[in-house]
Design a protein around this ligand. Structure first.
Ligand code: GRF
Length: 198
């Protein structure tokens, strides 16, 4: 089995995925930013990298088409969005439905979108966390695969809370990817079907 990882920046989830010894080969790390720090790590690990720079494309559909072509060049079984900061068009997402996952730093459906830790603190929640979900055209709202919860502690700020959540992201994302690559997880008629231990 083969997978590709899409990043836009630091790539800490990519590092966790590459370190997890998944039951499949990482065919490439692809970024929309030539300066994404994660690209250097991937190269150090001997993983192929590619950049599809969104600034090279006049509009979104052309970028999506170029990105889709780069992904399909590797014929992956699984596409992992990991800190990937571009909203992908419906056509692109539909082509990859059922074989594209994303990690979101909140307990969806709470706090979709950006600045989730700031929103969690503002809302005064006592439990926060992260979610791995199948990607569907509607942003941050695809079928949920796995979640992890963390406490919000007195004195937490965005940084301390983000750090606590990120540690859990690095646990659940490799777990979800491993289940998928083992053929134990799939999307059927919009619902997650799996035989993993609950
Ligand atoms: C993480 O909080 C992740 O949940 C979100 O982007 C942030 C940075 O991720 N998708 P990474 O360190 O680039 O993997």
């Amino acid at each position: 089995k083969k997978y590709v990882i899409l990043i836009s920046g630091r790539g800490s989830n990519m590092e966790a995925l590459l370190a997890a010894d998944l039951p499949g080969e990482c065919a490439a790390v692809i970024s929309n930013r030539p300066d994404a720090a994660g690209l250097a790590f991937a190269r150090q690990q001997g993983v192929a990298t590619a950049v599809v720079d969104h600034r090279d494309y006049p509009e979104r559909a052309a970028f999506d088409a170029a990105l889709a072509a780069e992904i399909e060049r590797h014929a992956p079984d699984l596409v992992l969005l990991a800190g990937f900061m571009r909203v992908l068009g419906d056509h692109f997402v539909r082509r990859l439905t059922g074989r594209m996952l994303n990690i979101h730093p909140s307990l969806l459906p709470a706090f979709p979108g950006l600045h989730t830790h700031r929103a969690a603190l503002a809302a005064g929640v006592r439990i926060h966390g992260c979610t791995v979900h199948f990607v569907t055209p509607a942003l941050d709202s695809g079928p949920i695969v796995i979640q992890a919860a963390v406490p919000v502690l007195d004195g937490d700020d965005e940084t301390t809370l983000a750090t606590r959540v990120l540690m859990q992201e690095h646990v659940i994302y490799p777990q979800a990817a491993a289940w998928f690559l083992q053929g134990r997880l799939r999307l059927l008629n919009g619902r997650v079907v799996s035989d993993v231990p609950q």
